[in-house]
Design a protein around this ligand. Structure first.
Ligand code: XMP
Length: 501
């Protein structure tokens, strides 16, 4: 284009979800047989290609537990102290497992009040009692506490002491269940040859593994969890504390991933022996060059989306971004050849957008607004005119970026504004609001994955890779979009997977 700058300046046409539809193809796939397994990062697979966003109105431990149980993954937000975020990782990792390798314990001198508080915090019904050396002394459970009114009594006076029914560490699941059944107990502490506590198997966890057969689990059978970090200040300390707490994936979470600090953070995490075995995702980006830079830095996954989010104002405040279908496609030109999974983040309004993101080149999608209204998201229900809502806000909104009391806000460095000390000098890139209450995540996830299965049937794709390679788009006009939505009718019954915005 020598001598003519125009073609380069207006390089591309950007398309998004509402600009395209998927072409139907001859198919012998039936929806229930479609396999929705995909990869979040090089080593983390999910049976449902959905990830919940690291936002303070979307993902804390309760959402992360529920997402992993349903077969997806939750990314814990970072708008809280390092200790609080690490303890949320801990809550997820301990929540359900074939075997709990580091059970929550108490000591003989603890009070019943302390035991009660621990049980409530970890949602467990009893605790093994150990001495300072880790030697198993007994167990204190609901049964021991039920008729105790004095919260000041000591554990040693109330617990069921040794000898207890125990298993040897390394016992098989079937043998453990047989022991639990034979002795009619609910918890089986596992000990080594010297009597030290090495794990715990509970009836409840077995029941849950049967209830959630598609759960996203690590090699030890624990639920997987991801967590967000920044790239400067105490970001390194945060990352290392999360690693110590057992996190599976670190997401270097910024609004502009194509910048030196972010690329360096990804590269350093990948090099550090302390984080060996932990996957690292970088982002967010919206061009091929930026995705390539993250791939070259060693990222195990690339997060794509600049400004498509329902609460984002980046595209109007800064005038920057790439419509999401084009952004995903462009970034995939760098990630696909490198074998690095791509996550399309933001802008999804309906289940049909999941398949569109996948056909454009995504392996998974990240959701904010579609999940903010579920029971498991942080925040209380709000009643307005008899209808129920939950709050949802952008991490670049004033509310999320403002410092609260003495604690720093971590979210403003996502927008590279960590140096701004006065709240009234922040430049927000997001808004605050509310979304309708949607009930438990299980129902919402079922509809979203169900929609994806229908897409796979229409497109003749048995697997996600098949959908990626065989799917084709047709571009549509504003008239086509109008035709896509219900029209010429006054809707009287609300559908579980459709609401007009
Ligand atoms: P959805 O459309 O699912 O989008 O609600 C969620 C994604 O939006 C991003 N995000 C923001 N982007 N300003 C932005 O420009 C913000 O305040 C903001 N907060 C979240 C984020 O990538 C999220 O996953």
């Amino acid at each position: 284009h020598e001598g003519n700058a125009v073609p380069d300046k207006f390089a591309a046409l950007g398309l998004t979800f509402d600009d395209v539809l998927l072409l139907p193809y001859e198919s012998d796939v039936i929806p229930s047989e479609a396999d929705t397994t995909s990869r979040v990062t090089k080593r983390i697979s999910v049976s449902m290609p959905l990830v919940s966003s690291p936002m303070d109105t979307v993902t804390e431990s309760r959402m992360a537990i529920s997402m992993a149980r349903q077969g997806g993954l939750g990314v814990l937000h970072r708008n809280l102290s390092i200790e609080d975020q690490a303890s949320q990782v801990d809550l997820v990792k301990r929540s359900e497992a074939g075997m709990v390798s580091h059970p929550v314990t108490t000591g003989p001198q603890a009070t019943l009040g302390e035991v009660d508080a621990l049980c409530a915090r970890y949602r467990v019904s009893g605790l093994p009692v150990v001495d300072d050396d880790g030697q198993l002394l007994g167990i204190v459970t609901n049964r021991d506490l039920r008729f105790e009114s004095d919260q000041g009594r000591l554990v040693r006076d109330v617990m069921t002491p040794m000898p207890l029914v125990t298993g040897h560490v390394g016992i098989s699941g079937d043998d453990a269940m047989a022991l639990l059944g034979k002795h009619k107990v609910e918890k089986l502490p596992l000990v080594d040859d010297s009597g030290r506590l090495r794990g715990l198997i509970t009836v409840k966890d077995f029941a849950k593994s049967e209830k959630y057969p598609n759960a996203t689990k690590d090699d030890a059978g624990r639920l997987r969890v991801a967590a967000a970090v920044g790239f400067h200040g105490d970001a390194w300390k945060r990352a290392m504390t999360l690693v110590d707490a057992g996190v599976d994936l670190i997401v270097v979470d910024t609004a502009h991933g194509h910048s030196r600090g972010v690329l360096d953070m990804v590269a350093q995490l990948k090099k550090d022996p302390a984080a060996a075995g932990i996957d690292v995702m970088g982002g967010s980006v919206a061009t091929r060059e930026a995705a390539q830079a993250l791939v070259d830095a060693g990222a195990d996954g690339v997060r794509v989306g600049v400004g498509p989010g329902s609460i984002c104002t980046t595209r109007v405040v800064a005038g920057v971004g790439v419509p999401q279908v084009t952004a995903i496609y462009e970034a995939s030109l760098a990630t696909k050849p490198a074998g690095v999974p791509l996550m399309g983040d933001g802008g999804l309004q309906y289940s049909g957008d999941i398949a569109k993101a996948i056909v454009a080149g995504a392996d998974t999608v990240m959701l904010g607004s579609l999940l903010a209204g579920v029971e498991e998201s942080p925040g209380e229900l709000v009643f307005i005119n008899g209808k129920q809502f939950k709050t949802y806000r952008g991490m670049g909104s004033l509310g999320a970026m403002q410092s609260r009391g003495q604690s720093r806000s971590f979210s403003k460095d996502r927008y590279f504004q960590a140096d701004v000390s006065a709240d009234d000098q922040l430049i927000p890139e997001g808004v605050e609001g509310q979304v309708p209450f949607r009930g438990p995540l299980s129902g919402v996830a079922y509809q979203l994955v169900g929609g994806l299965r229908q897409s796979m049937w229409y497109c003749g794709a048995r697997t996600i890779p098949e959908l990626q390679s065989n799917g084709r788009f047709v571009r549509i006009t504003a008239a086509g979009l109008k035709e896509s939505h219900p029209h010429d009718i006054q809707m009287t019954v609300e559908a579980p997977n459709y609401n007009r915005r």
